[in-house]
Design a protein around this ligand. Structure first.
Ligand SMILES: [Zn+2]
Length: 319
């Protein structure tokens, strides 16, 4: 019997979006580390013979300095997704008009620069709304991947606020980053949103540990590996076991800073977790991927979505 699927995706947050989210000055000049990160990540993925989905931010595609690197991603055979234009974690507050402009502008520029048209979306900071789902469905996108069904979203937010330089207003704007508490109880397995005019949109949630609803994407594993690699592997093994028990095909999330350290991205050396070297991060990544590959077929999102559309009978959920 063939192994169940596990889709891999990386949210291509650039240096400026980390600074913007964190309230660091200077983000308005859109500093970029794509020249360092892209060659690095492509090499790491190539060595493991992995193809993944990169969710790209439209604003990055709008700068000529980034074109070469974004094109390299697509040319290396990776799948391309839409990660909004401005990367604002309060995307869920946008009106329909604002949402349409945001999605369309990002879509067009990403398509032009990479040569591949995205057909899936992930919101910045897991932000999403019914308006977003309607806009994506009207546009003919195949899926949304913005939900993170975890009950510890509010906790993650508290930690993140405590390490940032955000003002009260900025915190207010970001108050739903890492998801709403009610998102914690949403389905883990893919399902269809039942939208207006009989439209449907596939939802592929970022998978959290079945039953416990705690995240196990790479940032969390890396954090635990700092305490002990054995503990990290135990945690991962429990997650894999529960996914298989509940027949959940995982969507596994990566971030740039999971794979590269402050030794290479010196401008972000002060960030949490950036004291870990690139070598160590790549070592952990390889270990995690090899473990996952024993149990699952690792694919990009588009392949996972195609398989779901063909085989699975899914629940319809009203928004
Ligand atoms: Zn992001």
């Amino acid at each position: 019997m063939s192994k169940p699927y596990l889709s891999l995706s990386l949210d291509m947050d650039n240096q400026w979006s980390y600074m913007k989210i964190h309230g660091e000055k200077g983000w308005e000049e859109y500093p970029s580390y794509l020249d360092i990160f892209v060659p690095h990540v492509l090499k790491v993925l190539d060595e493991l013979d992995l193809k993944i989905t990169f969710f790209i931010v439209g604003q990055d595609a709008a700068f000529e300095k980034n074109h070469k690197y974004l094109k390299q991603i697509a040319d290396a055979g990776h799948d391309i997704g839409n990660h909004s234009f401005k990367h604002e974690t309060w995307l869920h507050l946008y009106t329909k008009e604002e949402m349409k402009t945001e999605i369309d502008t990002a879509h067009d520029i990403i398509t032009e620069v990479t040569g591949k048209a995205p057909n899936g979306f992930r919101g910045p900071g897991f932000s999403w709304s019914n308006t977003l789902l309607e806009v994506l469905a009207e546009k003919g996108y195949a899926y949304d991947a913005s939900t993170l069904p975890t009950v510890i979203g509010p906790l993650a937010r508290l930690y993140y606020f405590s390490t940032s330089n955000l003002s009260k207003e900025e915190k207010e704007d970001r108050k739903e980053i890492f998801g709403k508490f009610s998102d914690g109880f949403r389905k883990l397995k893919p399902y269809y949103w039942n939208l207006k005019k009989g439209r449907k949109l596939l939802e592929l949630p970022v998978t959290t540990m079945p039953v416990f609803r705690i995240p196990f994407h790479l940032s969390y594993l890396l954090y635990i590996s700092n305490i002990s690699i054995h503990l990290m592997m135990l945690y991962l093994n429990i997650a894999i076991f529960l996914c298989k028990m509940t027949k959940t095909e995982p969507s596994f999330l990566l971030h740039p800073l999971d794979l590269i350290g402050g030794d290479q991205i010196t401008s972000l050396a002060f960030f949490p977790g950036m004291n870990i070297s690139s070598d160590r991060k790549v070592f952990i990544f390889n270990k995690v991927m090899k473990k996952l590959a024993k149990h699952f077929t690792l694919v990009p999102m588009d392949e996972h979505v195609n398989a779901i559309q063909k085989i699975h009978k899914l629940t319809l959920i009203k928004t």
